[in-house]
Design a protein around this ligand. Structure first.
Ligand code: FAD
Length: 405
């Protein structure tokens, strides 16, 4: 049986970044992915700002397109924020995963694709893992000092028996990768379009993101929360995606390159297990994804970086300060993620169509592209809060003056 310092289960951004980091530090790692190729299961839209490129030293070849502008399309009107400079990227998610696996190999780590994790036996000094070959019954056993659960929303390693999981909200999404006519692509090549409101979205938001020449990602995501406003509808994320392609993009003919989708399972209040009994969890497996926008790649990789600090310390010195990982992550994210929970519940399941339109209109009248990007992607609300404060003060003053007369 082969022995490793760390076996990482799941080759998404969280698992890939964990394997890359630990291999770079000289540890003996194995990265296991159940799909045969990292280009399979290419489900993520992978839109983000420019910061993660520097933060994780990501290369140019994994970028599908750059974006500079944002459109928020509501049921009645369209609201447009322009910018003269590049503000973000849409990555090829498959290429990102492949790059992280290649880096793991470059630093002498091992990568095993086409095998899925089945079970673990935890002993005093090591964990024995059983892996099974895809589409077959052939199994393989490996031993390791620590395991990392990077299986995303299914959290397969941390909860592989019938252990109770924390209460979770569910989200799901559908996305079509399509090739369109050059004149249509030209209109969308530099911008992200988000759809809010009941015409173009259902209990969530929909999107059009650019990729390389003539290729667009069109999709819709929903949260599975009860909503008085939107209960009686036969709309699905698939139907909305097709509606956007036909009615919004006005694409009668297009080439469907790939249709994919995925789920999100998010534990409110970040109540996941981060470490237990020689198992660390990273990425979506600890609800690293932001619950409002469903942006998760950057945070999956950040959680991997933080977990690696504790893992590396243990492998070098034997110190088991494992709870530091959970504490530090919650200190950094809990408050911001709590605010996102509240705003997503309001926006996606409580507000009427008119309330959504009014809020977007207010935002458009009062805030610049940078403030929009800061609030959507960076969770910085200073300018918004001060403008709302000014607005309330003005209203109170006006009311006071009116009463005096
Ligand atoms: C439709 C959709 C659109 C999204 N768009 C964006 C976006 O625009 N920007 C953004 O930042 N985020 C986006 N996200 C979220 C983002 O993709 C996730 O947060 C991110 O991929 C989480 O990374 P992860 O590594 O934790 O999990 P995952 O990416 O889910 O990776 C988990 C990996 O584990 C493997 N695995 C699972 N079980 C086993 C097993 N038993 N054995 C071996 N391997 C296993 C899976 O095959 C997978 O490769 C989107 C999500 C969805 C569903």
């Amino acid at each position: 049986m082969k022995k490793y310092d760390v076996v990482i289960i799941g080759g998404g951004p969280a698992g890939g970044q964990t394997a890359r980091n630990l291999a770079k530090k000289g540890h003996n790692v194995l990265l296991v992915e159940r799909f045969n190729s990292f280009m399979d299961n290419n489900f993520s839209s992978a839109g983000m700002t420019l910061e993660p490129l520097k933060e994780f030293d990501l290369p140019e070849h994994i970028i599908g397109a750059y974006w500079s502008d944002i459109t928020l399309q509501c049921t009645k009107k369209s609201y447009y924020w322009a910018s003269d400079t590049k503000q973000g990227v849409v990555l090829d998610y498959g290429k990102l995963k492949q790059f992280l696996a290649d880096e793991t190999l470059k630093f002498n780590g091992e990568v095993l694709t086409g095998y899925k994790y089945i079970s673990k036996k935890v002993g005093d000094n090591e964990v024995v893992l059983t892996l099974q070959k895809n589409k077959g019954s052939e199994t393989l056993q490996v031993a390791t000092k620590l395991v990392v659960d990077a299986t995303g929303p299914i959290r397969k390693v941390m909860y592989d028996t019938k252990e109770k999981q924390p209460k979770m909200d569910l989200g799901s999404g559908t996305e079509y990768l399509i090739e369109v006519a050059p004149e249509i692509y030209k209109q969308y090549k530099d911008r992200l379009v988000f759809f809010l409101g009941h015409k173009w979205a259902i209990k969530g938001y929909s999107w059009i993101f650019p990729m390389e020449q003539n290729i667009l990602k069109v999709g819709a995501g929903k949260v599975h929360l009860k909503s008085k406003e939107q209960e009686n509808t036969d709309k699905t994320t698939k139907k909305i995606t097709e509606q956007i392609i036909k009615e919004y993009l006005k694409c009668d003919t297009y080439k469907l390159i790939d249709a994919h989708g995925g789920i999100i399972r998010y534990a409110n209040g970040l109540k996941d297990k981060f470490y237990e009994n020689k198992v660390f969890a990273v990425g979506d497996a600890v609800s690293a994804i932001n619950p409002r926008g469903g942006e998760g790649i950057r945070y999956a990789m950040q959680s991997a970086d933080l977990a690696c600090v504790s893992i590396d310390e243990f492998l070098r010195t034997g110190k088991t300060n494992f709870d530091n990982y959970r504490k530090k992550w919650r200190r950094r994210k809990l408050f911001k993620w709590r605010l996102s929970e509240i705003s997503s519940q309001r926006m996606y399941s409580k507000y009427s169509d008119e309330q959504i339109e009014n809020r977007v209109q207010f935002f458009h009248e009062n805030f610049s592209t940078q403030v929009l990007i800061d609030s959507l992607f960076n969770f910085k609300y200073n300018q918004i809060l001060s403008r709302i404060y000014q607005f309330i003060v003005l209203k109170v003053k006006y009311k006071f003056k009116k009463e005096q007369f």
